[in-house]
Design a protein around this ligand. Sequence first.
Ligand SMILES: Cc1cc2nc3c(=O)[nH]c(=O)nc-3n(C[C@H](O)[C@H](O)[C@H](O)COP(=O)(O)O)c2cc1C
Length: 437
Amino acid sequence: MTTSRRIQFGVFFQGVNFGTIWSSDRSGSQYDFESFRRIAQTAERGLFSAFFLGEGLRLREHFGRIHDLDIAGRPDAQTQLAALAAVTERIGLVATQNTTYNDPYDLAKRLNSLDLLSEGRAGWNIVTTDNAWTGANFRRGGYLEHADRYRRAAQFVAAAQRLWDAGADGVGTPVRVGDQLVSFEGPAPLPPSAQGRPVLFQAGDSDEGREFAAASADVIFSGHPGLEDAVAFAADVRRRLPRHGRTEDDLKFFPGAQFILAETDAEAREKAEWVTRAQVSPQTAIRFLEPIWGRDLSEFDADGPLPDIDPVVDEVDGQRGSLFQGRRAVETAREWRESAAAEGLSIREFVMKRSSLRTFVGGYSTIADLVQKYVEAGAVDGFNVSPYLVPEGLDDIVDGLIPELQERGVYPAEYVGTTLRENLGLPGVGERAELAA
Ligand SMILES: Cc1cc2nc3c(=O)[nH]c(=O)nc-3n(C[C@H](O)[C@H](O)[C@H](O)COP(=O)(O)O)c2cc1C
């Protein structure tokens, strides 16, 4: 089911980040429904296919303190999406939910509920979590090694699918699952929604993650937005599809990206400068370094050079949820220090350069041309856009970029259906089952 090539957009709110600016007078708080309602309705006005919430199951803390320099937690994703379902009509509602710490019967029922209440607009972004430190919230410690997380994810998703399929045969149809890492017995709790079952997204980039996506996902949310990188990533995942009995039409690619746009390229560059400074406050810059250095760096001046001391290796191991293993921290710190010194960058300037989430900075027509190149290369089906600002961070895309893309014929002129599955151009649940039979 290949339609003529088009691009789509989704909204992506990370669970913890400093990429979205919440410090404007109009931003409100991440605990207020209103902040998200405005963004979701703007996205729907721009025919976005999905509103997507990342989720962290544990608040980030650092040296015993919850840091509140950016977003430290949000109301539960599914609860929030259920509320958004009531004030939107077409946009998909995607919840990031973890297969390592949830239980399949319960999560399958909750997702099925969101799917029914939104009349077929629910999606599930399947993650396994990259840090053991989340496990402490569940009194399970490290809980599962990386490979077992993906084994459990595969069994978890298969079990959820069985519950949803059984629901199509009738509520109460018995289901018994007895895999090694997932086992339960229980009747299908709910009937299917208008789209059959929630759309499955996947975010995870390791070899196991890619294989899992090729086997099970409808959409990959990737971290590969650069054009060449996106082409290579899609090629790598697509070559895995046949061994799972699937084709290219079964899997969509949505890399995460940020757009800073204006009428002209020069204005957009100026805006990007402002955005980056607002994203990376002096405290944020220091905190960006602290997980690598494994120590409190608050005595350092963000406008001065990078710390000339080495990291405390014991403090930065994977158990604490750092992105870096201890032994790499020393190397990383040295590399960063040398590269900042070579370019004459202060801590803040270095972090502004390093942490930039944005991929697209430019005038509307420049960026429309660039997006068209992505469409022609066939490497992405859409971009999962993190708004740079609440609440106005999508206005430029909706009012400036999308009309340009529509003129070029590479963006939809309307929602093609009422369900997320239809609007993403995915095969229907039954259609795929028939193909596989
Ligand atoms: C683009 C992207 C977004 C992600 N968002 C989340 C998230 O919101 N919550 C979360 O727990 N994990 C998130 N993850 C990480 C997943 O937990 C993933 O399962 C983890 O990285 C382990 O898989 P991997 O080793 O295959 O990357 C994200 C990963 C990627 C690539």
